[in-house]
Design a protein around this ligand. Structure first.
Ligand code: HPA
Length: 251
């Protein structure tokens, strides 16, 4: 089963033929909202709005553990996450779509693991390749079929939010090797891996990161929202083409 997690600008998946909604409970509390079950271009999918359907849950308060746990309980093995990011690398301009292949975690104080009890056996997940290469390929081939340009690879810096970054922070992330910056990638990716789910993200650049391009003195939030809304139309067509393949198997 495939899950699509929507972020800013994608709190609904139009064309999802909803069969039912389910409010989920987990040992970690409640997910961001009811799960929407349905058919999206012939594929069975679950849709979850990461920030809630009313876009009210800020990145540091998303219950990532409940979201991932509940998806796994529903038989989800594959996840496509839609994320908005600020572009650090020069070619990552607003409106560009990118499928990251690496992550750096700058978040703190979030519930980042399911192994939080002393007396339970645990495993050290191998995080060399944080994103599932197979899911990355599905996104890239969906984009190709949809005739949408999409950059293959990039380093995602996950920051704490909800504030945006200072210029010096962006300079630091760049020196560390980051290409884009967002607030929700971690711990979502590693929690999915702890539960053996294949996870990849389609990132939408919605602004130049602080101190870059037109954000040299300030980030214009109205532009951010406008870019996100426009780009999500392209994201939807990519998702349709991915689901059209009907071939994301459960391995
Ligand atoms: N910084 C952090 N997170 C973001 C940004 C940004 O510039 N744009 C979208 N998410």
């Amino acid at each position: 089963m495939l899950a699509i997690i929507g972020g800013r600008g994608l709190t609904q998946l139009t064309n999802l033929e909803i069969t039912h909604r389910q409010v989920m409970r987990t040992p970690y509390g409640e997910p961001s909202g009811a799960f929407l079950f349905g058919k999206f271009n012939q594929s069975d999918v679950i849709f979850l709005a990461r920030h809630g359907f009313g876009y009210t849950i800020p990145p540091h308060l998303v219950n990532y553990r409940a979201n991932m746990w509940a998806l796994r309980e529903q038989g989800v093995t594959n996840i496509i996450s839609i994320a908005t990011v600020g572009g650090i690398r020069a070619d990552l301009k607003p409106g560009i779509l990118v499928v990251p292949d690496q992550v750096i975690d700058y978040t703190h104080g979030r519930d980042y693991t399911f192994y939080s009890d002393r007396n339970v056996s645990y495993k050290n997940i191998d995080f060399t390749q944080p994103y599932s290469e197979r899911m990355r390929r599905h996104i890239l081939s969906g984009a190709k079929k949809a005739h949408q340009q999409c950059i293959d690879g990039g380093v995602y810096a996950a920051t704490q939010g909800p504030r945006l970054d200072s210029m010096a922070e962006i300079n630091r992330y760049e020196r560390d090797g980051a290409d884009m910056v967002g607030m929700t990638g971690m711990p979502e990716i590693s929690l999915a891996m702890e539960l053996d789910m294949n996870y990849a993200a389609l990132a939408v650049v919605v602004n130049y990161a602080a101190g870059r391009g037109e954000s040299h003195t300030k980030i214009n939030i109205e532009h951010v929202n406008g870019t996100a809304t426009e780009a999500m139309e392209r994201v939807r067509t990519i998702l349709e083409h991915i689901c059209d393949e009907g071939c994301i198997d459960d391995n």
